[in-house]
Design a binder for this molecule. Structure first.
Ligand code: GTP
Length: 603
């Protein structure tokens, strides 16, 4: 049988998942009713947020010009945090379908994804989707693809994943234009792991692409990276539901296997699976390891105990091995976990899943990036002298610091022409360095800057969206670390330094940040029975101060004692707010206050 392995890549919301579902429906793999329920996005949170979080693989049969084809497709997430999932998926394919919304046109992730596919040497089929929309401009967008990505406009296929228009043509193009897999079933076994998930009953389910050789139930496999050996207890394909196969899965095919693997840590994405008895001489070229770039602490709050939080995190980690965690403690907040994420969206998703699925209350500290600190006396700056810091309170005493380096990103923004001035101003206030500005079409431009990652992790994306009235999009890549004048700013509440509120800031912006931070804290912390002084300090020197005045009456006094239900409501509200509070000394500090340190103070 002819095989075609391909992935679908696109900017977020351009219709990948819907298109994939429509193709399943067209090939008869799912019923019309099932198709309505977005088969590929099966996580609750995915459906609610309408985004794809984990990549999924599906195999369907299709007959084209009288020939049988097996189409294996891999649905990929489009958001910038999940880049590495996309890059893994690409290496398991020979072709990529690049989907672009017919009314939105080329966006930042369209460009980023297209380059990834070109780098992976994939054959690209450009698809202009949503042509049913009244605002669709398919021909214009096809030209845009040609201008920005060098993909011939004539190659574009026009589809509507909503009405099903063009789907047949797309399937034909997949069969005609994409190359078949090259591997040999007779060769020594090499299977590429491109994803894995944890199942409560079956343990780890490994998703693989068989590059060479074959595997079946009963075979003993060896992970070439770790050398660990496991017996295959179940192997099969996605049709689109997981279906067991008795016969071997052969070179060129995509499938899953269950092999008595107890933890996701034993399955390294990008590793090569081979046979234990007749191993391949070398592994396939691997994937890039996921790199955690954003870090924050989670502490239990409300009724949640530390052990409950640990159980919830352990459980979630079985399901998503791309975040890291280790126990930590803070003078102010007690025992908790320091966690590392691929990006801000990833962090939000993990926090939400912990609260929702793990049923725990969490106080989260402000996210920070990784800093490299070179200690004094490190004349040659060899690596022993460079420490990685993900928590501002770990920064050594200034006298021991030779330099501090921070991660820098290359950022690419696609924006309507009229917003360019405001966007440049935004980048400049965030310590950005201008790189270039090029026209994408008559009305839109691509703006490139170098920016410190720390300056974009909080509200940069929201600002960009509001400046561009929702039309702007961005993508970024970590470029490396760069030295700058960075210092630690401590925050004192009621005279006590609160370690969880410390931030690393640029020297020139420290005064401004200090003042705006204290102002935010003043808004977030309720009045107490006594006056609370707030101070910002750098190396013992106070650079800003504020105070929260003492409360005169209790909260219910203004209800004149008359309306009982109103009084109860007010007290309940107060109680609810307390659930996400932390008491430091004699002061109650709400969750919002811990996030206040993020405010860059430029608005
Ligand atoms: N009118 C119209 N709407 C479409 C079409 N294709 C998708 N949509 C809608 O566009 C929205 C986004 O579609 P998805 O398939 O979730 O997009 P996606 O690219 O998979 O998004 P992520 O998985 O989050 O990256 C949904 O509301 C779809 O119903 C189309 O051809 N026409």
């Amino acid at each position: 049988m002819n095989i075609r392995n391909f992935c679908i890549i696109a900017h977020i919301d351009h219709g990948k998942s819907t298109l994939a579902d429509r193709m399943l429906q067209f090939t008869g793999a799912v019923t019309d009713r099932e198709a309505r329920e977005q088969t590929l996005d099966d996580m609750d949170l995915e459906r609610e947020r309408g985004i794809t979080i984990k990549a999924s693989a599906v195999s369907v049969k299709h007959v084209h010009n009288g020939d049988d084809f097996l189409l294996n497709f891999i649905d990929t997430p489009g958001h910038v945090d999940f880049h590495y999932e996309v890059s893994r998926a690409l290496l398991a394919c020979e072709g990529a379908i690049l989907v672009v919304d017919a009314s939105q046109g080329v966006e930042a992730q369209t460009v980023a994804n297209a380059y990834m596919a070109i780098e992976a040497d994939l054959e690209i089929i450009p698809v202009i989707n949503k042509i049913d929309l009244p605002s669709a401009r398919p021909e214009e967008i096809a030209l845009e693809m040609e201008q920005t990505l060098g993909i011939p406009a004539d190659d574009c296929i026009f589809t509507s994943a909503k009405t099903g228009q063009g789907i047949g043509e797309l399937l034909a193009a997949i069969c005609d234009r994409l190359p078949g897999p090259k591997g040999k079933t007779e060769a020594k076994t090499q299977a590429l792991i491109f994803d894995s998930e944890y199942d409560d009953y079956r343990g780890v389910i490994t998703y693989f692409r068989m590059m060479n050789g074959k595997l079946q139930v009963g075979d003993r496999i060896r992970m070439m990276g770790t050398g660990r050996v496991f017996p295959i207890v179940d192997i099969g394909k996605f049709t689109p539901k997981m279906t067991s196969y008795k016969q071997p899965i052969e070179a060129g095919e995509v499938g899953y296997m269950v092999a008595n693997i107890k933890t996701l840590d034993d399955v390294n994405i990008g590793d090569t699976i081979t046979r234990d008895t007749d191993p391949a001489p070398e592994p396939l070229p691997g994937y890039r390891e996921p790199q955690q770039m954003v870090f924050c602490d989670f502490y239990p709050s409300g009724d949640t105990k530390f052990d409950e939080l640990r159980d919830a995190i352990d459980r979630l980690h079985l399901n998503d091995a791309s975040f890291t965690y280790q126990p930590t403690s803070s003078e102010a907040l007690g025992f908790g976990f320091r966690c590392g994420f691929l990006g801000m969206l990833h962090m939000d998703i993990i926090q939400e899943r912990l609260e929702r699925e793990g049923n725990v209350g969490i106080v989260q500290t402000a996210p920070t990036v990784t800093y490299e600190v070179v200690k004094t006396g490190a004349a040659s700056q060899n690596s022993e002298r460079v420490m990685q810091i993900t928590n501002p309170s770990d920064l050594p005493d200034p006298s021991q610091i030779a330099e501090v380096r921070e991660p820098i990103v290359d950022i690419e923004i696609i924006t309507p022409n009229d917003c360019i001035g405001d966007l440049m101003r935004l980048c400049e206030t965030r310590r950005g360095q201008y790189v270039s500005q090029t026209y994408l079409s008559d009305s839109r431009q691509i703006l490139k800057y170098e920016l410190p990652l720390a300056e974009i992790i909080f509200d940069f994306y929201d600002k960009l969206k509001s400046i561009t009235r929702g039309y702007g999009t961005m993508d970024y890549n970590i470029k490396g670390f760069r030295k700058d004048s960075l210092v630690k700013m401590d925050i004192l509440i009621n005279g006590t330094p609160v370690d969880a509120l410390s931030v690393i800031v640029h020297k020139d912006k420290a005064d401004l940040r200090g003042r705006s931070l204290l102002k935010r804290l003043k808004e977030e912390i309720d009045r107490h029975m006594f006056e609370i002084p707030l101070q910002a300090a750098i190396g013992g020197k106070i650079i800003a101060r504020e105070s929260i005045k003492a409360m005169r009456k209790n909260v219910t006094a203004k209800c004149y004692g008359g309306d009982v239900s109103r009084k109860r409501k007010l007290l309940e509200k107060q109680k609810k707010g307390k659930e996400r509070m932390k008491r430091i000394g004699t002061v109650d500090i709400p969750q919002e206050a811990f996030m206040a340190v993020l405010d860059p103070g430029d608005s």
